[in-house]
Design a protein around this ligand. Structure first.
Ligand code: BGC
Length: 760
């Protein structure tokens, strides 16, 4: 064989190998079903239950102890999935054990939390939601999936779709805020990004909608607390994002740690069977939350592990995340006749189906590809995508007299505060970034130095220690620096770990004595701006009037410093809008824009009469409303038009208005459409978001923004718990924020009269 031939052969072999590695032989659903049937027939009961068991890689924590010889358990076929947190070599070794040393050679799934990026970290989900930019959110998830799959993961425990109306709850940062419509759109974008168009491709992975359901309604915002929620509110507010994820073809859902109306979500048959399986016909699988099956015991819902396994499984939790309770007790529960083996088969079937769909049986090692690991993680293109989304995620709450951006005329800029260059507590990068490298993140000092003009000087001062403690000596030093500067930028807020799981706070003002620092700087009467880094809406009321400009940055991710500097120096205009209300006072919480009216509504904030739906000590209004957000430009909204003021059930209502950029910056605007059903079989919210559009307008440019509404957009869960609507009057409202809309009134006629006995 000559060399030439050898080379050709190796090229052919390479192409063949890459084809088999990257283009899976397509198997249709029927073929998969046959394969699963055949495999199930060969499996022992223990092997079946093994498929429902997910363990941790070689780590334990205080809460999740795991005293199991992992290698032996894998060899016995008792581990269906792993949460690895290790390198590719070790991941591959474990997979080899499953494939080569277990009796049936069934490959394992590797799943973990990649919440806002794997190594290239995007803004925290609440920041992403503030962009209202579905394309960029989808792209961020696509990139996260490319990186995560290059690092051996094939199953992502995201997106978190918990609606959150209580900013005390720490996990607000992981979600899309308070509105079911916005979060549903985000759910679709994120599922598309993670799962791509074909799960068998080695750069797509399964997504998990979590936490099913209403975990975000934890009483008092206290972590892991229970939830009381009416069925209507559950269906109308908390469930729609999950339904949207299901319609988008999500593979998996995860239940929550909370009890709902007394029954833990992990064993809640109404949710897991009635809603999810019977009504929605969800075909994917339901994983428990971490250890949550075991936790039915401290919940007081099961006397011991056996009862916990019984209750979780029979309620509809298919797989057990980290508790090992199914492995321990399902075999005897089946043998003793408490559980029918056919039901075990049904759950196993779902897991095996996804293992086939992902091509794992043919290519169990396709995710452990070192070349991809080297090439596809933290690329320049990924960092650029993170930068662009970060720029779109920060909300300009206030900007008196165009305080921002800092212009070239301003020469000496003081940049100070505990969050200027702190990597320690995931402050800028954000919580839930287990695979990130702290050194990757661009801190504010670097970003400012890179973006400023040559003749501008940036002077840094820390001013405070970690956790917002600003001792006199540090503050004095900062004030002296501020005195000698032309402009002061304060980087304040929460540490990364102040939010996220177990990051609930009862006091949601700026931690420590950061407010004092604001007051001392304000007293200098110099132009200044505050950058707020936070995983939740904070109460800023006592300082807001003293600050000329506030940019709410959330947790911006890897490119934080550069993105913030680009906005502060006006290379880009802010364009984000709040996906969650910023309260005026903690006592208003829970506060959200889509509240129900009252029999005694307070329609005019200045109305001081007795007997109105109000507080006597604070206003009804929040500090900043849902949907609020400024740009460096100005927009003028033309009159609101509808194509008909009376419409029937088959009609399409066309709603439009012109939006003109009348300011001095090219930027994006996000126009929002809300409705209100004036009289219905149950009281309806004063506003409900039903559409939004994000678009770019150059200065001087205008655009006609158009929305369409159909009968389905008006439907709600009526007094008979049917999703329907009756004839009547509706307000249609359009504007740049929920508290800044124009309205028209339209009439639905000829569908169902609210006087008819037949209204179901
Ligand atoms: C969280 C889940 C997460 C799981 C695995 C739990 O504590 O509630 O959201 O997916 O841990 O890390």
């Amino acid at each position: 064989m000559d060399t030439h031939y050898k080379i050709n052969l190796s090229i052919v072999l390479f192409i063949f190998c890459s084809m088999t590695a990257f283009a899976q032989p397509a198997m249709n659903d029927q073929q998969i079903e046959q394969k699963v049937d055949a495999l199930l027939k060969k499996m022992t009961l223990k092997e079946k239950i093994g498929q429902l068991n997910q363990l941790k890689g070689n780590y334990s924590t205080d809460i999740y102890e795991q005293n199991i010889d992992l290698n032996e358990a894998i060899k016995r076929g008792e581990v269906g999935a792993l949460t690895p947190y290790t390198n590719l070599d070790q991941m591959k070794k474990w997979q080899q054990l499953a494939v080569d040393s277990s009796r049936l050679g069934i490959p394992m799934l590797y799943g973990a939390d990649v919440i806002h990026g794997y190594r290239t970290i995007f803004p925290a989900p609440i920041g992403q939601a503030s962009s209202w930019d579905m394309e960029k959110i989808q792209n961020a998830e696509r990139i996260a999936a490319v990186e995560a799959t290059a690092a051996g993961l094939m199953w992502n425990f995201t997106p978190m779709l918990d609606i959150a109306r209580d900013p005390r709850w720490g996990r607000v940062m992981e979600g899309g805020g308070e509105d079911p419509y916005l979060v549903s759109q985000i759910a679709r974008a994120r599922v598309r990004g993670i799962q791509g168009d074909d799960l068998s491709k080695p750069n797509t992975m399964m997504a998990t909608a979590k936490h099913f359901a209403a975990y975000g309604r934890a009483e008092g915002g206290q972590e892991y607390n229970s939830t009381e929620v009416s069925e209507r509110t559950l269906r109308e507010i908390y469930l729609p994002p999950f339904k949207a994820a299901q319609e988008e073809g999500i593979a998996c859902m995860m239940n929550g740690f909370n009890a709902i109306n007394g029954i833990p979500a992990t064993a809640n048959e109404f949710l897991l069977k009635q809603v999810l399986r019977k009504e929605w016909q969800f075909k994917g699988f339901m994983v428990s939350d971490a250890n949550s099956i075991y936790e039915l015991i401290p919940h007081g819902y099961a006397a011991d592990k056996k009862e916990a396994a019984y209750k979780a499984f029979t309620a509809g939790s298919d797989t057990d995340l980290w508790a090992n309770v199914y492995m321990e007790y399902l075999p005897e529960l089946v043998e003793e006749g408490y559980i029918d083996e056919k039901d075990v088969d049904a759950s196993v079937r779902k897991i095996l189906t996804y293992k086939y769909k992902m091509g794992l049986f043919d290519h169990p090692y396709q995710y452990f590809n070192k070349k991809r690991f080297k090439k596809e993680i933290f690329t320049k293109a990924h960092q650029q995508a993170s930068l662009e989304l970060a720029e779109e995620s920060m909300v300009l709450l206030k900007n008196e007299n165009h305080t921002l951006p800092i212009t070239k005329k301003t020469k000496k800029i003081a940049l100070m505060g505990p969050l200027v260059n702190s990597r320690e507590f995931k402050d800028l990068i954000g919580n839930w970034t287990g695979f990130s490298k702290p050194e990757d993140a661009i801190m504010l000092d670097q970003g400012f130095n890179d973006v400023k003009a040559k003749d501008q000087e940036i002077i840094f001062s820390q001013a405070c220690e970690a956790w917002g403690n600003c001792p006199d000596a540090l503050m004095d030093e900062a004030v002296e620096i501020a005195k000698k500067s032309d402009f002061i930028v304060l980087a304040l807020g929460e540490q990364g770990y102040n939010s996220g799981e177990c990051g609930s706070r009862a006091d949601i003002t700026l931690p420590g004595n950061q407010e004092e620092l604001i007051e001392r700087i304000a007293a200098l009467n110099k132009p200044f701006a505050v950058l707020v880094m936070a995983g939740r809406p904070l109460v800023l009321t006592s300082v807001i009037d003293k600050i000329p400009a506030v940019l709410y940055c959330w947790q911006p991710g890897t490119m934080a410093g550069e993105a913030i500097a680009n906005l502060v120096f006006g290379k880009k205009s802010p364009s984000a809008k709040l996906p969650m209300t910023l309260p005026y006072a903690l006592g208003q919480v829970p506060i959200y824009y889509n509240k129900l009216s009252s029999g005694r509504p307070k329609l005019d904030p200045t109305d001081k009469r007795w007997g109105l739906n109000s507080w006597s000590d604070v206003p009804n209004e929040p500090l900043f409303a849902f949907g609020h957000g400024l740009t460096y430009s100005e927009f003028e909204y033309g009159p609101l038009k509808v194509n008909k003021t009376t419409f029937g059930p088959d009609d399409t209502l066309e709603v439009s208005c012109t939006v003109k950029n009348t300011g001095n910056y090219d930027t994006d605007e996000i126009t929002q459409l809300y409705i209100r059903d004036i009289a219905a079989s149950v009281a309806r919210p004063v506003k409900e978001l039903k559409g939004f559009q994000r678009f770019s307008l150059k200065k001087g440019e205008q655009k006609e923004v158009k929305f369409t509404l159909t009968l389905d957009d008006l439907k709600y869960w009526n007094d008979k718990m049917n999703f329907d609507v009756e004839d009547g009057t509706f307000k249609i409202m359009v504007g740049p924020a929920s508290d800044n809309v124009q309205e028209v009134t339209v009439e639905l006629k000829g569908y169902k009269s609210s006087f008819s006995k037949n209204v179901q």
